[in-house]
Write a protein that binds this ligand. Structure first.
Ligand SMILES: Cc1ncc(COP(=O)(O)O)c(CNCCCC(=O)O)c1O
Length: 430
């Protein structure tokens, strides 16, 4: 097998440069919390493939289920010749997502595809066209989901024109706006009512904790206020749980934290242990508003991905991964707060469960939108961490958030070593 530098040379004349990679190393194998490249170099993995390998990179149940299914059949197209595992995954989603009402689900391949279809369903169910999204939102890279996504570079730059009838309103961002949840919701709702028109809104689409936009945890009361307003005004409250779902935040779904029951929920990432699968789940009457044949796609709910999902969900139950996420929080959050006390450039420590983050700022600075972001220092910290064998992701509208997304099956010893490597990467910045 080629080594990483040989693979990098091959890649440069085979793969379009628009598809970038953070590491210049190529993975040979992975375990529950580590990645090893073809040259034998190991990293502790606090990325989980962007919140995907919650049950680990090769969970035994998932591997066995994938092998069994592949030997029976790899694909028939559920729209042509259906199979049980698709139905079983929908039954699981209907039972596990928040809301004690009758539900239906539809399966897709990517998160963006799920979001696209949630908008299709909401427009059909309400007869309305407008979709409300938030500052700092991220919902995908297709034309409609780019319109829904906030940040220009790298996601939207040069790809317009974008789909219409998408309206952006202020998000609750406590570190920068200092507003209470109800006050932030009042501002968003006033913007909707004055600039969109309540009776035009098909959906209010929000991430319960914003992912790519910076692990922004809205102030308590923000999400319930939006859900109440949506219901009172005939709009659907749609929770995009693609990054927060499947035990990541310490509950099966992040909406549960404030007892919000979304009309529709989009899921993907952690659902299937690394296999590509996504879904829209929602109130049965809303999901069934679409005419037969109105939803679908060739690969949606691929049988191997469905088998992986059933095995992954079984693993989440068996290992009690919501509790595992809460344990990760109990280990990491105190250490992150201790690091904040040592380093004034750590402006904020936030998150829930195993979805935690540091916002990096210029100490004692202030811009009209709060403390001055420091993306350059953020990049240096990330680079130092990689050199020390710690795989970290950044995010945020201002490129100044370091996020932590460990696999939920990571063991305490590996987590403590990761925190030591993080501490040394931060110390190198002073
Ligand atoms: C909330 C939320 N909704 C939707 C999506 C989109 O999911 P896809 O499976 O990447 O299409 C995401 C994907 N987030 C990671 C994208 C990384 C990148 O492309 O650079 C998300 O987090």
């Amino acid at each position: 097998m080629s080594n990483s530098s040989e693979l990098h040379k091959r890649r440069s004349v085979a793969v379009a440069r628009g598809v970038s990679s953070m590491l210049a190393s190529y993975v040979d194998h992975a375990a529950d919390g580590t990645l090893t490249d073809v040259d034998g170099r190991e990293w502790i993995d606090l990325a989980a493939g962007i919140a995907v390998t919650n049950v680990g990179s090769s969970s035994p149940r998932v591997v066995a289920a994938v092998q069994r299914q592949a030997e029976r059949f790899t694909h028939t197209c559920f729209m042509i010749a259906p199979y049980e595992s698709y139905v079983a995954v929908c039954e699981q989603l209907n039972a596990l997502t928040p809301g004690a009402f009758e539900k239906r689900s539809a399966l897709f391949n990517s998160g963006a595809e799920a979001v696209e279809n949630a908008v299709k369903i909401a427009r059909h169910a309400t007869g309305r066209r407008a979709v409300v999204v938030f500052d700092h939102a991220y919902h995908g890279r297709t034309n409609l989901t780019m319109a829904l996504t906030a940040k220009d570079m790298p996601y939207k730059h040069g790809f317009g024109p974008f789909a219409g009838e998408v309206y952006r309103v202020p998000m609750s961002y406590p570190f920068r706006d200092g507003r209470s949840g109800p006050d932030a919701a009042a501002l968003a709702i006033s913007t909707i009512e004055k600039q969109v028109g309540a009776d035009q809104v098909a959906a209010v689409l929000v991430e319960p904790i914003q992912g790519e936009g910076g692990f922004v945890v809205p102030a308590e009361g923000f999400l319930p206020s939006l859900a109440d307003w949506s219901r009172a005004n005939g709009a659907l409250y749609v929770a995009d749980e693609i990054q927060t779902g499947f035990c990541r935040t310490g509950d099966w779904f992040a909406s549960t934290h404030e007892h919000v029951e979304p009309d529709l929920v989009t899921t993907a990432k952690g659902i299937a242990g690394g296999l590509p699968l996504a879904a829209v789940t929602g109130r049965a009457d809303l999901m069934d508003a679409v005419h037969p044949g109105g939803l679908g796609g060739t690969y949606g709910g691929n049988p191997i991905a469905c088998a992986a999902a059933l095995a992954a969900i079984e693993t989440m139950h068996e290992l009690d991964l919501p509790a595992a996420a809460r344990r990760i929080e109990s280990v990491m959050l105190p250490r992150l707060r201790e690091l904040q006390r040592r380093h004034p450039f750590i402006g904020d420590v936030r998150g829930r469960g195993a979805m935690l983050a540091l916002e990096i700022v210029v100490p004692d600075s202030s811009e009209p939108w709060g403390p001055a972001p420091d993306p350059a220092r953020t990049a240096r910290i990330q680079r130092r961490a990689h050199e020390a064998g710690l795989l970290l992701l950044t995010c945020g509208t201002y490129g100044n958030v370091i996020r932590f997304l460990p696999p939920l099956v990571i063991d305490d010893a590996t987590l403590h070593t990761a925190l030591e490597r993080l501490a040394s990467a931060l110390d190198d910045q002073d």
